[in-house]
Ligand binder design. Sequence first.
Ligand code: SF4
Ligand code: F3S
Length: 104
Amino acid sequence: TYVVTDACIRCKYMDCVEVCPVDCFYEGDNMLVINPSECIDCGVCEPECPAEAILPDTESGLEQWLELNNTFANQWPNITRKRDAPADADEWKNVPGKYEAHFS
Ligand code: SF4
Ligand code: F3S
């Protein structure tokens, strides 16, 4: 599966949802997640994300993100259409520590 990581937080460009063939993105207030049970590993979303927030879970150190994606995909609503990104999305691009600021 692919997972959405902290780079998505407060950026939320939503280009990813437009290309996913199985519509497996779910939307929270500050970020999106992928449902690992539905993702077919096609990889087309990865290069679409301007924040480079989407990674294959085969990369090391992503266990926490896999768990978070799985948890919230089962709580948040499905999203299949891109809307405008937050007005300050570009200001949050590449900002470190976004997870700590928003989830703890
Ligand atoms: Fe959707 Fe493919 Fe991305 Fe998985 S890898 S979330 S199936 S676009
Ligand atoms: Fe987030 Fe990138 Fe999609 S910023 S909403 S994972 S395009």
